[in-house]
Write a new protein. Structure first.
Length: 115
């Protein structure tokens, strides 16, 4: 199983950023996918989740209405569209899935929201 994130960077408050995660090594369309983030000095937290078919999503209260998770099962990709970004959204964002009873994580991509 391999998860590879991309798309992080520096953005000003109020701006937008789109993250991508390329998955391989498992039957992608059979598993739910998640985005987590970890801010400096804080625990890793679940930001958004999407079911295997993409027909249901869930978000942390702190990002509801600003972030959108989506997936393309034909391309083995999961996305996180982030808008109205705030400084408190700063952190390392990780793609995650629980496959065959094991937790798998990407290497993470840094998102920094700062003026």
């Amino acid at each position: 199983v391999q998860l590879v994130e991309s798309g992080g960077g520096l953005v000003q408050p109020g701006g937008s950023l789109a993250l991508s995660c390329a998955a391989s090594g498992f039957t992608f369309s059979s598993y739910a996918m998640n985005w987590y983030r970890q801010a400096p000095g804080k625990a890793r937290e679940l930001v958004a989740a999407i079911t295997s078919a993409g027909d249901s999503t869930n978000y942390a209260d702190s990002v509801k209405g600003r972030f959108t998770i989506s997936r393309d099962n034909a391309k083995n990709m999961v996305y996180l569209q982030m808008s109205s970004l705030k400084p408190e959204d700063t952190g390392v964002y990780y793609c995650h899935s629980r496959v065959w009873g094991w937790n798998y994580w990407g290497q993470g991509t840094q998102v920094t929201v700062s003026s």
